[in-house]
Write a protein that binds this ligand. Sequence first.
Ligand SMILES: Cc1ncc(COP(=O)(O)O)c(C=O)c1O
Length: 480
Amino acid sequence: MCNPHLLSNVATNDAHGENSPYFDGWKAYDDNPYHPINKPHGVIQMGLAENQLCFDLIEDWMRRNPQASICTSQGLSNFKEIALYQDYHGLPSFTKAVAEFMEQIRGGRAKFDPNRIVMSGGATGANELIAFCLADPGEAFLLPTPYYPGFDRDVKWRTGVELIPVHCKYSNDFRLSIGDLEAAYNGAQERNIKVKGVLVASPSNPLGTVLDEATLIELLEFSTQKQVHLVCDEIYSATVFFSDKRFISVAEILQKYPGRFDQTLVHIVYSLSKDLGLPGFRVGIIYSYNDIVVKSGRRMSSFGLVSTQTQHLLACLLADKVFVAKFLEESRARLKARFTTLTKGLERVGIHCLKGGGGLFCWMNLRPLLQEATVEEELRIWRRIVHEVRLNVSPGSSFHCTEPGWFRVCFANMDEATMATALHRIKSFLPTMAPRRRRPEIGLVLSASRTMEEMKDQGKHMLDFHPLSSPHSPLLKATS
Ligand SMILES: Cc1ncc(COP(=O)(O)O)c(C=O)c1O
């Protein structure tokens, strides 16, 4: 039996945050994974933000471009050069191609200098690396909730850096309020915690929402005024599929208002895991406007470089601008179609989702199913969904959401038939999930004593009965 006390505290402590339902759901799936023929009653994986919708396009490109791989007879002549040691600046062809790809995604509204790119093992490595560069143990980053659970592992675990949540609310469509950011900053100061920066993800995981220009400007003003860093995780930048929700990069704002903000405090985290759907390649980058961060980040990147074989292949692929343009357009169209299938299917049984517009998931509102607005009750519903409905969705509490009853549902990691099965299961099980009480409590934002009439007067965020959604549906309709 191995004695954990013989190991380091860092390796054995729980700060990785992986003891949460977010990861437990994956275990349920691993034990009994759905397969249409071999395991038709297995668990369907809807807890994994993977983008598998455009694999055919990439595979087709690979077939047409065998020279891009050093492992084919057409590409073998590059084998030796690529297989030998490279410096940690990255292959020039790769950094140039990534910079241009980032420009292409942003419609040419932001320029990127390949010399400012620092490589890492996925955005996971990039987030840790930037935390190492910007903060010492005990210092903190502010970040809006709900947030990607991996941030606890990536930013905190090995660095000793703290994360201070800034709670966003449904009543404000989970938008970040700069007043709340200020309050969190002041609260940290009162507790003698040094705030080194703000971390935001746009599009957000799990919300799928994007930061608008006004909020980005406020964030840049906050960062400049307080002299704290602004880290923008933009790894879902090419997944924004609704034209009225255009993705706006922080890079675009810096370029639009030259000299207005202290750009040496701004750093973008990016990866090819979501936009290209290649998480197994572990391609992550930091794009920093700060020379010292670029320099020290590159030194640190020796621990997590992207293999040159991968760099070489992707440099060839991304340099094909015509392919990339078509890929981006098709990818957005397929994501939009899938999001629409899922959300419309859910609406038919009275379940509503936040109107996101980006990402590989939707943020599903099951608050009307709760008997009381508690995390325990959310987890009870979640366990039934995992074990009875056999869908691995992720409960909002694992994203540090303070309003129980929200769930993240991933939709891009499966085929259409599996999605149809998932929707069918939800429809069949919903009636069995009705809360025992006749009039359910609606989350924390509304007090139980309010009448339905009062709720209906709440305007845009009101909740009203939706009796026609399904004759059996216990759900209330929530418009957002
Ligand atoms: C917001 C966010 N950042 C970072 C990551 C990690 O990405 P990667 O696979 O590139 O390490 C994820 C993965 O889901 C994510 O959602």
